[in-house]
Design a protein around this ligand. Structure first.
Ligand SMILES: C[S@@+](CC[C@H](N)C(=O)[O-])C[C@H]1O[C@@H](n2cnc3c(N)ncnc32)[C@H](O)[C@@H]1O
Length: 289
């Protein structure tokens, strides 16, 4: 140990941190590695290969600060200010939801639909962009795509713009501050994607659950989790091109109700439900004629 109580070597630091994170994390060892790699400005692979390396005391103190924050439940992504989505790194912070792996299914679905379509320059709409994970990923994957994102939080909007710049897609991404699809009224898109807040109010996890650190504006979907979709869906058909695709993410328990809302909103469309990596029903798909 150093005088301050910070372990001297990388291996001892990792072991001590993993032990302390066991109470609040499902992946204490991996979290400790991510936090130490971030503090030292290195990779997890380097840590594994250099467990006997001595830690710089200043960097060791920085690591201890990260471990304390994680022990209180703060998501690793907020401490690192970075999250991975569809193979790309996104800047994140407490103003935006940490992008989730289950949302990657919306990207797969959209790409499968759009790559098979005739046009080379699809126009896409992402409602409730947050970090810009969906919008920026679609722009990066589809070279000719023009992507519009709407977002109610000005701070989230700034982060989405920053991610678009960092990922080199800013010239084909526009982010507009406003409510749901209101800012794009009168425009039509080849695909509309939305991962709107869908946690029923009573089910929002309290601290120290990592979710409690995420913005309520990104989580709270009202009594049954579908308040935002109930406002969005009527009239959404006017924003979709013939033959267009709509993808809406929500909680497994809400799927049947969301599919019914989508059927009402798209009487000429084919509505179906898709599942996530865990096999849970996770999104509603509408193919418009
Ligand atoms: C569940 S998060 C999803 C963020 C991002 N699309 C993703 O998949 O990681 C929902 C986002 O919708 C935004 N939002 C909430 N209410 C909104 C509204 N009325 N209009 C537009 N965006 C809204 C929140 O600020 C938040 O960024």
């Amino acid at each position: 140990m150093l005088g301050s109580g910070v372990p001297v070597t990388v291996g001892a630091g990792l072991a001590s941190a993993a032990e302390r994170l066991r109470a609040t994390s499902d992946s204490p060892r991996a979290d400790a590695q991510l936090l130490l790699a971030h503090a030292l400005g290195t990779s997890r692979d380097w840590l594994v290969a250099h467990t006997d390396a001595r830690m710089d005391p200043v960097l060791g103190e920085r690591f201890e600060g990260y471990v304390r924050r994680r022990s209180c439940g703060e998501p690793v992504a907020y401490i690192l200010q970075a999250a991975w989505f569809y193979g790309r790194e996104f800047t994140v912070g407490p103003a935006v939801l940490v992008p989730r792996p289950e949302t990657e299914h919306l990207i797969d679905e959209a790409l499968a639909h759009l790559r098979g379509a005739s046009g080379n320059s699809p126009r896409l709409l992402d409602i409730g962009s947050g970090s810009g994970a969906i919008a920026c990923t679609l722009a990066a994957e589809l070279q000719g795509a023009e992507v519009t994102g709407t977002e109610i939080s000005p701070t989230a909007l700034d982060i989405a713009c920053e991610n678009a710049r960092r990922l080199g897609v800013a010239s084909r991404c526009e982010f507009i501050l406003g409510d749901l699809a209101v800012p794009v009224r009168g425009r039509r898109f080849d695909a509309v994607l939305a991962n709107l807040p869908y946690v029923p109010t009573a089910q929002i996890a309290p601290a120290p659950d990592p979710v409690s650190f995420e913005p309520r504006l990104a989580l709270d979907g009202g009594a049954d989790g579908l308040d935002l979709y109930r406002r969005l869906l009527p009239g959404l058909a006017a924003s979709l091109q013939p033959g267009g695709l709509v993808l809406l993410e929500a909680a497994p328990a809400s799927m049947a109700a969301l599919a019914a809302l989508a059927s009402d909103a798209f009487p000429n469309g084919t509505v179906s439900i898709g599942s996530d990596y865990a096999g849970l029903e996770r999104f509603v798909r509408v193919r418009e004629r």
